[in-house]
Design a protein around this ligand. Sequence first.
Ligand code: T4K
Length: 371
Amino acid sequence: MPNPILVTKPFLPNIQDFYSKLLGLWQSRVLTNSGELHQLLEKQLKDKLDVTNLSLINNGTIALEVAIQALGLKGKIITTPYTFIATANSILLKGLDPVFIDIEDNGFNLDPELIDEVKDKDVSAIMPVHVYGLPCDDESIGQRAKGRGLKVIYDAAHAFGIKKKGESILNWGDASTLSFHATKVFHTFEGGAVVCNDPLLKNKINQVRNFGYTSDSFDIITLGTNGKMNEAQAAMGLALIPYLEEIITKRKHWFNFYIEQLSEIPGIKLMTIPSDLEYNYSYFPILVQSGFSLTRDELFNRFQEENIFPRKYFYPLITDFSLYKNYKIISKHKTPNARKIADSVICLPLYPDLTEDDVSRVCEVIKRAEG
Ligand code: T4K
């Protein structure tokens, strides 16, 4: 059997780069609670990502919860069923209810026009997701949110470093959240961040991530959690920053290799990157459509037989998980576009350390099936 090829493999810095960052911890014994490395990483990422305010958090799910809490949201949040489970879970975990609406026809992101169909007075916010890092229609979402006094939290877990027309999309909305999970373009083992423009909101976020403590007193006026990133996580982030260009360049190389090999295959639809986008090459989704000789699941099984393990990101739809299906309060809007994409998607392996042999093996499975 040939070597297994997984959907992703975390990029690691030279171990000496990581080790040298850890040495200071053995001296200082400051292991967490906004230590030196935490502060340094926060500053470097803020500059690197070109954002106004950035607060590090211990993972992307807690980042979403912290954003909801800091914005003081109540009632319901409009979101998409075509995303990772954490998006909707963060809403339920904060005691709010998600209202799922469909994604755009011919895209992966929430359809802004459908926001108007949710008339519910309890809605306090919209939580769109930049799926695979492709930007949502911020102009349209922002206009609708403004008209109804709704807050916008972008789940930007996939959108590390993405710029549209030269500007970071992380500055959109009231807040954006990032994930620095091991499987992401940039990681801190586990980790995340909340980005926002308003300095008062940034203070609130910092309080919420630290049990509600204000920085200058021991009083608690805000309900908080433990969302702090520790120093070992921050050390990994700092060690990886110098490799970012290499990471993106290698991802881009394999991304383009797939495009070259797969773009002419009938029934296999590839995602297109808008020309005004600085992309991070985080995912390579293909849509297996009726013109192809196998169904999505048949092709998926062929991959497994060849020891290749792509993923169906995102199948099933969140609304098809039993927890959400059986949840009484959740309003049911029809989501045919999301269903169509969830039923046809496969995300192919994409990570910097792939080899030409690996990527060719993945493409061969598709080409052989096509006959
Ligand atoms: N919002 C969105 C839109 C998200 O996509 C996510 C996370 C979040 C919010 C929440 O952020 P975090 O709380 O996670 O920071 C993975 C990731 O665990 C998850 O972070 C990510 N989205 C999601 C799309 O994908 P799984 O269940 O597919 O991960 P797992 O453990 O099966 O790993 C995938 C592959 O990577 C495996 O083949 C093995 C390989 N791998 C994985 C890990 C963890 C490694 O080689 N090394 C590793 O350490 O969810």
